[in-house]
Design a protein around this ligand. Structure first.
Ligand SMILES: [Zn+2]
Length: 354
């Protein structure tokens, strides 16, 4: 779990103290190649005191695993700490680099669109690429790694594209479904269930829901964004307590992964959190739970509520619902016993996500 966490107004200014507290004397900073490069130059580099040596590598758009492998060879594991300044892609690449070079990393998320910055795991599509690239089981290549520190600057994150922050709400509300799936696996299959990790995960969603109810349309100001980034940061803690992504990822994430798999073939690109938000409504309906509660919160922040808004064809969603249960068969969820096409169609109709 992370040793230092700073969330709030101008939190990035606390980086200098964090470097000092952790006794860091050599850093390698990674960012994207446009906006997050600018953020690094303007806000992160000025925090590095004179006694600290550093390298800065903005990752090119076409950075791939062979590129990462080359960079990893240049990292000195004894002296260097990595910093990831950016969104999910940069942070996941740095998790891989930290693994390849046996170093630790600090996450400076520039957005709050999902919980990837706090999660010890890498995203689904990258996982499949790693499998193919190294031709080995992922567990032989990648061991889950939590950031040494997380710095979530709400002054900066509040300026992130509104659509991506709405996606962050969709990712956090999905935790209720993930926990329902876990409880089901415990009741029907005797899977170990950790009430502490589960409650922690549910609390992240409740925290954001309460803030949405209090702030309504103003949720995306500093106060709301602070609740969102804290909740997404705490989701990683729930995963650490559980020792798996179980409390943060259930059937709704499997549906999102299935959509990811179909996205290049059918030419659509939807943010992860928008996919998990809508899938959460659907999966909570299948659980017989309070799906309207999720829908209501998404509605209050004007997040997408229908497949049409996401640009996903209804038939593609039906295909994703069929595919989802086979993606990770060992993770028992409400989809595991098989969802018939007519039941899937009925769920889409009843929840009005069409
Ligand atoms: Zn997620």
């Amino acid at each position: 779990m992370s040793r230092r966490v700073a969330f709030g107004v101008n939190a990035i200014e606390r980086l200098a103290t964090i470097f000092e507290d952790l006794g860091i004397n050599k850093l390698h900073i990674f960012s994207g190649c446009t906006k997050t490069k600018e953020i690094t130059e303007k806000l992160v580099i000025p925090q590095i005191s004179e006694g600290i040596e550093f390298d800065f590598t903005p990752l090119p758009h076409n950075a791939d695993l062979s590129y990462l492998k080359k960079i990893a060879n240049r990292i000195d594991p004894l002296q260097t700490y990595l910093i990831a300044v950016g969104g999910g892609t940069v942070i996941d690449f740095v998790k891989l680099l930290a693994n390849m070079s046996n170093t630790e990393y600090i996450a400076v998320p520039t957005n709050a669109s999902h919980d990837g910055f706090s999660s010890p795991y890498i995203n689904f599509l990258l996982r499949t690429q790693v499998d193919q690239f190294f031709k080995k089981e992922l567990s032989q290549i990648y061991k889950p790694i939590s950031p040494l520190a997380i710095v979530g600057d709400t002054t900066m994150i509040s300026k992130a594209p509104r659509d991506s922050l709405k996606a962050g709400v969709g990712d956090i509300l999905s935790k209720w479904v993930a926990v329902e799936d876990w409880k089901l696996a415990n009741r029907l299959k005797g899977e170990d269930y950790d009430i502490y990790a589960a409650s922690f995960s549910e609390m992240t969603a409740t925290m954001v829901e309460e803030r949405i109810n209090a702030l309504g349309k103003n949720f995306f100001g500093e106060k709301g964004v602070r609740a969102l980034i804290k909740a997404l940061g705490s989701s990683g803690v729930a995963m650490c307590i559980a020792g798996s992504s179980r409390p943060a990822s259930g059937s709704e994430h499997l549906v999102s992964h299935a959509l990811d798999m179909l996205s290049s073939e059918y030419d659509f690109h939807v943010l992860h959190g928008h996919q998990t938000g809508i899938s959460s409504i659907l999966m909570m309906y299948l659980h017989g739970g309070d799906w309207k509660r999720i829908q209501e919160s998404l509605k209050k922040v004007s997040a997408p509520l229908t497949l049409r808004e996401l640009g996903i064809d209804r038939d593609i969603m039906l295909l994703a619902l069929q595919k989802a249960q086979n993606i990770r068969p060992e993770r028992y969820t409400v989809l595991s016993e098989g969802l018939t096409k007519s039941a899937a169609e009925n769920a889409i109709e009843m929840t009005g996500i069409d």
